[in-house]
Design a protein around this ligand. Structure first.
Ligand code: RB5
Length: 150
C-alpha cells in the first residue's frame, strides 16, 4: 500500500507525526508538502494528494490542516475521492469498513499526536465490509457522475 500525505501550515506538525508513524510501521508513503509552517492555502495540498489517489498512484491519502475540515472539503471535490474527517478511532474504523474512505483528514488544532496515530492505524487496519455498503458507495458514485461537470 502506498500512502500520499499532505498538509497546510496548520497541519504541518501533525503531518510530521503521521509520517513518523508510517515510517515506524514501514508503510510506503510520499510527502506532498507543505514543508514548513509558512502560511499556504490548504486547497493546493488537498488537490495534489487527492489527484494522486484518484489516479490510483496511491491507494490511500492522509491530509492535515488546522481543523481537518478545509482539506476534507477540498479533497472531496476530486471525482473518486471519499475523504472522511476523523477525530476518533471509531469513526476512523467505520470510514474504512463502511465508507471505504480513500482519504482521511485530521486537524492539528483539534487532536494530539497520540490519538492521530491511533486513528491512522484504525483506518489503515480496517477492511471494507461490502454488501449493503457497496450499494451505498455505488449511489455516491452515481451522484458524482450526475453532478460532476468535468
Ligand atoms: C489555516 O489557518 C486554517 O484555516 C486551516 O489550516 C484549516 O483549519 C482550514 O480548514
Amino acid at each position: 500500500m502506498r500512502v500520499a500525505v499532505g498538509s497546510d501550515h496548520g497541519g504541518f506538525k501533525l503531518k510530521t507525526e503521521i509520517i513518523a508513524y508510517l515510517e515506524e510501521h514501514k508503510i510506503d508513503y510520499r510527502d506532498f508538502g507543505t514543508y514548513s509552517e509558512e502560511s499556504v492555502d490548504y486547497p493546493d495540498f488537498a488537490r495534489v494528494v487527492a489527484e494522486a489517489v484518484a489516479r490510483g498512484e496511491y491507494q490511500r491519502g492522509i491530509l492535515c490542516c488546522g481543523t481537518g475540515i478545509g482539506v476534507c472539503i477540498a479533497a472531496n471535490k476530486i471525482p473518486g475521492i471519499r475523504a472522511a474527517l476523523c477525530h476518533d478511532t471509531f469513526s476512523a474504523r467505520m470510514a474504512g469498513e463502511h465508507n471505504m474512505a480513500n482519504i482521511i483528514t485530521l486537524g492539528e488544532r483539534v487532536i494530539g499526536p497520540g490519538l492521530a496515530r491511533d486513528i491512522v492505524g484504525a483506518w489503515l487496519g480496517a477492511t471494507f465490509a461490502g454488501g449493503r455498503h457497496a450499494r451505498r458507495l455505488d449511489k455516491i458514485a452515481a451522484l458524482e457522475r450526475e453532478y460532476c461537470r468535468c
